[in-house]
Write a protein that binds this ligand. Structure first.
Ligand SMILES: [Zn+2]
Length: 487
């Protein structure tokens, strides 16, 4: 099943998808020079003779970038080459002052990995990773300012890794989940900020269609600019439909590069696809081959943090949470850490999950905030949750207090005291209220006695309102039952 594709055609045709994902590495400086790697600076303020390709300027490899590439390789189970080399990929574009990109070709730093993740239906998918290689980013062209085009070289030489998957993906949804897992892994390992909106993470796809049961690959097209999760799903669905239509009508798919336009929901042909030899790859003469010490690789492996799959497994087992809740809590390392801090402050794991998945995520979504910037620290939230579980305030009051804590920056105790919100569990006081409510509603009482049991809820509501929501609902319920049963 692929939403948006005719299921009868899918019985006949099988989509085959591989992704090429570029991730900017979270280094301080660029790949081959000392310029700062920075996003959003005024144009052309972070450049030097090396990244602007002045004649005679020589590249010096950024050791941190190599470390990050190895780190990501280890996180997805790749083999790390003991000898890796750089190559020149030649092409002309105004945002590429050298006329070539320093990349890696036949000896990439990492090979033969895999990534596992769950699909929507709960089944597990494993996608092979062919290779991860290091390269440098190009600059940025800005079109259409006063009918002119500009070039900003700040991004030139930004360290990248390109993560190339095997053609193991069979649906747009699977592609999206793969990309989400990749982003999550890049963030957990702190290899990249992996922010798609800032272009830290960019995705291209290779797509082909073949008759079901066939083992040979059909002619593929390459799709560029799938730069949001939604874009990946929409773009791939569009291209799968297009290729199936071509094949169904007896035509053949031509090798080409397509550009996905998120705004129109369509693709344009950028160019008929060049082959690798069009780039005239050759060994980079200005950089020596890189020998990688196996001990260094082992040390990097040992320093890896807990990865998403392992954390999800642990959360499920240790805290007894539902898998769909775990998936959300583990989405970022910071959210998972926030959750654990609330639990460690003494809150029951399921209560902590309920509050974070409900109230906290609601506010984060409304405010477009990340958990790192959330003003309520785990200890403060824990204190609030405990006030509700220990019966100081009831759950509904708790939600109001939560909003007030956020707005006013006060503690639970301060708000409860100031607003006199403490829950009334005093039976004698509540009994008076219950009797007053019943005495004030003779008509409803008559109907209740006549068999309209649902009016119990009406009385509950009246009593809770009379206590301004501060009555302990359990005590009110049992008192009400007791008094109604009396006569
Ligand atoms: Zn530079």
């Amino acid at each position: 099943m692929i939403p948006g594709v005719d299921p009868r055609l899918l019985e006949k045709w099988e989509p085959v998808i591989g992704l090429e994902v570029h991730a900017q590495l979270a280094t301080e400086s660029k790949m081959f020079c000392r310029c700062r790697r920075i996003y959003g600076a005024p144009p052309n303020t972070h450049t030097c003779p090396v990244c602007l390709a002045y004649p005679g300027a020589l590249p010096v490899l950024n050791a941190q970038a190599v470390e990050f590439a190895i780190r990501m390789g280890q996180a997805v189970g790749c083999q790390i080459r003991s000898l890796t080399t750089f190559a020149r990929k030649n092409y002309f574009y105004p945002d590429l002052p050298k006329g070539y990109q320093i990349s890696q070709y036949d000896e990439p730093i990492c090979e033969h990995g895999q990534l596992s993740f769950y699909l929507e239906d709960g089944s597990m998918s494993t996608v092979g990773i062919t290779r991860i290689h290091m390269e440098e980013d190009a600059g940025k062209t800005i079109h259409g300012v006063k009918n002119e085009s500009y070039v900003d070289f700040n991004r030139c030489g930004t360290p990248l890794i390109e993560i190339v998957s095997e053609p193991d993906i069979r649906s747009p949804h699977e592609a999206r989940r793969y990309l989400e897992r990749l982003k999550q892994t890049l963030e957990y390992t702190a290899v990249s900020q992996a922010d798609m909106e800032k272009g830290n993470l960019r995705c291209d796809a290779n797509i082909s269609i073949r008759p079901r049961g066939s083992q040979t690959l059909g002619t593929r097209t390459e799709m560029k600019n799938l730069n949001s999760f939604r874009g990946v799903e929409r773009g791939l669905t569009y291209e799968i439909n297009r290729q199936i239509q071509v094949l169904e009508s007896g035509g053949t798919v031509t090798l080409c590069t397509l550009n996905w336009d998120e705004a129109t929901g369509e693709t344009q042909i950028m160019r008929t696809k060049e082959e690798a030899h069009d780039y005239r790859y050759f060994p980079e003469p200005d950089l020596v081959p890189l020998l990688i010490d196996p001990q260094r690789v082992a040390a990097i492996k040992a320093s890896l943090p807990e990865l998403p799959a392992a954390l999800e497994r642990r959360f499920t087992e240790q805290y007894g949470l539902r898998s769909q809740d775990v998936e959300i809590l583990a989405r970022t390392r910071q959210l998972a850490a926030y959750y654990e801090a609330v639990v460690q402050a003494g809150v029951a794991p399921t209560d902590a999950a309920q509050w974070i998945l409900g109230e906290v995520l609601r506010v984060l979504n409304e405010e477009h905030q990340e958990i790192q910037d959330f003003p309520l620290k785990p200890a403060a939230l824990a204190e609030l949750i405990q006030a509700t579980t220990q019966g100081t305030i009831n759950r509904n009051t708790g939600k109001n207090v939560f909003d007030k804590m956020l707005k006013e920056g006060l503690s639970v105790t301060e708000i409860v005291e100031r607003d006199q919100l403490a829950q009334v569990s005093d039976t004698a006081a509540l009994e008076d209220t219950v009797r007053q409510v019943l005495a004030g509603s003779p008509k409803e009482l008559g109907r209740y006695r006549g068999g309209e049991a649902k009016l119990f809820g009406y009385f509950m509501g009246q009593v809770m309102a009379a206590t301004k929501g501060q009555g302990d609902p359990q005590v009110v319920r049992s008192l009400l039952q007791q008094i109604l049963d009396e006569s």
